[in-house]
Design a protein around this ligand. Structure first.
Ligand SMILES: C[S@@+](CC[C@H](N)C(=O)[O-])C[C@H]1O[C@@H](n2cnc3c(N)ncnc32)[C@H](O)[C@@H]1O
Length: 283
């Protein structure tokens, strides 16, 4: 069963429309296939960094198909996986069943979490909450639902890492960000994160790490995104009626995938993404 918050979380009609468009984009493609081929190692990293233990009450925000949430449940935690895009929960449930754990799946916007103050021992988000446009509101919400003494943990792409080249190559084709939205990779800037959480956390620790994404070739890497990664799949599908623009997209994306490949002499293609592990104690 998927729980949905009952009161309207949106302050304006524009916000409601923007969130509906975001959800529709992330529902395209096959997020679980994408995640298993790319970011899936991150869940284990975050659960370990947060020291999640059996019995902990954990909220994973922007959980996708449960990368971090399922790993927390495997440690015996009582877990809610929340995300704006419930269309992806079924794949998450299947993955959870395959590894023999159960968790609750709740539709929720990271900017308006439908949970009580201090409800969780640990609040996590792996490469997820950073996609919500208002960073301060997200930090406020992650902090609010975590109990004093509890742990907030995030994995955030860094602005100096490959993700900025990735978004740079695709920006001309992706929908413009909502008015006032900050770039997602800013969440990978330590000073920015410290200022967002302020004195509501103590003992904020960060660590820069890198993970690798691999594909059979740069073209196969592009195909993975256009077939499975919601925002890119949605953009690519919308270009179907514009062959010239679609050809330009193909050219620009392949130029990125070729230039960023760390193993140009093969075999296969390899992409190194830098990210920041953030762990803080709720004051
Ligand atoms: C790259 S995926 C990360 C998913 C998962 N945490 C993982 O590690 O695989 C980003 C996720 O953010 C979700 N998302 C985007 N905007 C959101 C928002 N405002 N509130 C909650 N989730 C959001 C998307 O639906 C998507 O599942």
């Amino acid at each position: 069963m998927t729980r949905v918050r009952t009161e309207a979380p949106y302050s304006t009609e524009l916000d409601r429309q923007l969130k509906a468009a975001t959800r529709a984009a992330w529902a395209q493609g096959d997020y679980h296939r994408f995640a298993k081929a790319t970011v899936w190692g991150g869940g284990e990293v975050l659960v370990e960094a947060c020291g999640i233990r059996a019995g902990d009450r954990v909220l994973d925000v922007a959980a996708g198909t449960g990368n971090t949430a399922i790993r927390a449940a495997q440690r015996g935690a009582r877990v809610i996986a929340s995300d704006l895009t419930p269309e992806n929960f079924e794949a998450g449930r299947r993955e959870a069943a395959e590894v023999g754990v159960e968790l609750e799946w709740v539709e929720a916007d990271a900017e308006a979490l439908p949970f009580a103050d201090g409800e969780f021992d640990c609040v996590t988000s792996s490469f997820g909450a950073l996609f919500a446009p208002d960073h301060q509101v997200v930090a406020d919400e992650l902090t609010r639902v975590c109990r004093p003494g509890g742990t907030i943990g995030m994995l955030n792409f860094t602005p100096t890492g490959l993700i900025s080249d990735f978004f740079g190559a695709l920006a001309p084709y992706l929908p413009p960000p909502p008015p006032g939205a900050l770039p997602p990779p800013l969440w990978g800037d330590e000073d920015h994160v410290r200022s967002l959480f302020g004195d509501r956390v103590s003992d904020l620790r960060t660590e820069r790490r890198t993970y690798l994404e691999r594909a059979a070739s740069p073209q196969a890497y592009c195909d993975l995104f256009t077939e499975t990664f919601g925002p890119v799949a949605a953009t690519y599908a919308a270009l179907a009626d514009d062959p010239e623009r679609r050809a330009a997209f193909d050219r620009d994306f392949l130029a990125f995938a070729t230039g960023a490949n760390r193993t140009p002499d093969g075999p296969g293609a390899e992409y190194a993404y830098e990210y920041l592990v953030v762990v803080a104690t709720r004051a």
